[in-house]
Design a protein around this ligand. Structure first.
Ligand SMILES: Cc1ncc(COP(=O)(O)O)c(C=O)c1O
Length: 407
């Protein structure tokens, strides 16, 4: 391990505590002590129900929560903090758009387009919204290597299309999609663009104003923050015209027995007691990432992906899904190994102390399109290092032998 590797490793004690080579970062990332301590400190020093108490402790909790919102907004280049709605995760953020925006503004005869490469979280909400509103759901098919271009959207979009949903980085291919280009095509046809940022916000700089997307959903837990906190970015004027998603405490302005008026954006979308500890943890995770900086994070992840894929190429029984260019994988390497089921592959990796993911990766329609039921995925974070990759590839080359093949 280099000195830099060691410095970064110190920030992730679980890797030593459990002696694990963790290559399932697309599922969730590990948490540095500063994030754990920030949430802990919140509960030790500031905990009260925020936004409603008139006493100092509650005001402190409110400040902590609203400061976290500002940190998130700045991180993704939102025009104002009110454009950030805190949710539980990317799935909830996408459901919020489907329930509030799609079910209100779409009707029979309209069309929703989502790509075949979407995680179920950016597909099922549109299936349901289409069923309820009578809108048609159309799938935009990628190339078999995951390529998706704005031109491909241009070829199928119609004047009836009202919403287009595209992942910024696919959790299977790792490819970075041209959200700015997709947003332009969508806008030219009067549709809104929903970007799934679950795999992009943790790994590449994202500037929502530059992308000009209307919505961006992401989860804290994939970017070193606690589980249970996520965010939805939406343009302010869209949030203003959208009805609430969940109803109840804290999201109202005034209630009578007949009905209610609702709180200002974003609070009208945050019914009930909110997750202040999670929001504080997410803000600390963002500061943690900023301390290391994008140059280091993206460069390390890219170098490691190149290193891993170059080694994997030497082994004829391994087939990586997606682009042959490691630089288009953003740390996500999904593969098949001839003659071995992904569950056996993952179990053998586990026996060697290596955590990888096996299965459909919550992308069953994509798996079907690719002609498979399941694959194995190694996904990297900047705390991984060359030793991790060496152990991963060495084990990968043992698996067929452990299953009884000659090589
Ligand atoms: C591309 C993508 N979108 C959405 C999600 C859903 O994230 P969450 O489970 O945090 O809601 C994931 C999770 O793996 C993902 O990879």
């Amino acid at each position: 391990m280099t000195e830099k590797d060691q410095l970064i490793r110190k920030e992730f004690p679980i890797l030593k505590n459990r002696n694990v080579i963790y290559l399932d970062n697309a599922a969730t990332s590990q948490k540095p002590p500063c994030v754990i301590e920030a949430a802990d400190q919140y509960y030790r020093m500031y905990n009260a129900n925020p936004l409603r108490g008139l006493y100092a402790l509650s005001v402190d909790a409110t400040d902590a929560y609203e400061n976290a919102r500002k940190t998130v907004a700045d991180f993704i280049g939102a025009a104002r903090p009110e454009e950030i709605v805190f949710t539980r995760n990317a799935s909830e953020s996408l459901n919020l758009i489907a329930y509030s925006y799609a079910r209100t503004f779409l009707k029979e005869g309209d069309e929703i387009i989502c790509t075949i490469a979407e995680h179920h979280s950016n597909m099922l909400p549109w299936q349901q919204a289409a069923k309820v509103t009578g809108a048609k759901l159309t799938y935009l098919y990628c190339e078999k290597d995951g390529t998706l271009t704005p031109q491909m959207l241009e070829d199928i979009i119609t004047e009836r299309t009202k919403l287009v949903a595209v992942t910024q980085i696919s959790n299977v291919f790792g490819r970075l999609n041209d959200i700015k280009g997709f947003a332009k095509v969508a806008h030219d046809h009067g549709a809104v663009l929903v970007a799934d940022g679950a795999q992009s916000v943790p790994h590449v700089p994202v500037d929502v104003q530059d992308l000009d997307c209307d919505f961006l959903a992401f989860s804290g837990h994939k970017m070193f923050a606690p589980m249970g906190i996520g965010a939805l970015y939406a343009k302010y004027d869209l949030l203003e015209k959208m009805p609430p998603f969940l109803y109840g405490g804290e999201m109202i302005e005034y209630v009578t027995t007949e009905g209610a008026t609702y709180a200002e954006v974003p609070h009208k979308f945050e019914a009930g007691t909110v997750n202040v500890g999670g929001a504080v943890g997410l803000a600390e995770a963002i500061r943690f990432m900023q301390r290391f900086g994008w140059d280091l994070i993206t460069k390390r992840e890219e170098e490691l992906t190149v290193y891993a894929m170059e080694k994997m190429k030497q082994y004829p029984y391994v087939h990586v899904i997606g682009s042959e260019d490691p630089k288009e994988h953003h740390g996500i390497i999904t593969f098949k190994l001839d003659g071995v089921h992904p569950h056996d592959i993952a179990a053998i990796f586990d026996a060697h102390g290596i955590a990888v993911r096996a299965g459909h990766h919550c992308a069953q329609p994509l798996m079907k399109y690719l002609g498979t039921l399941s694959t194995t995925r190694a996904s990297l974070a900047f705390y991984n290092n060359k030793e991790d990759i060496d152990a991963f590839v060495e084990t990968l080359m043992q698996i067929r032998k452990e299953m009884g093949y000659a090589e």
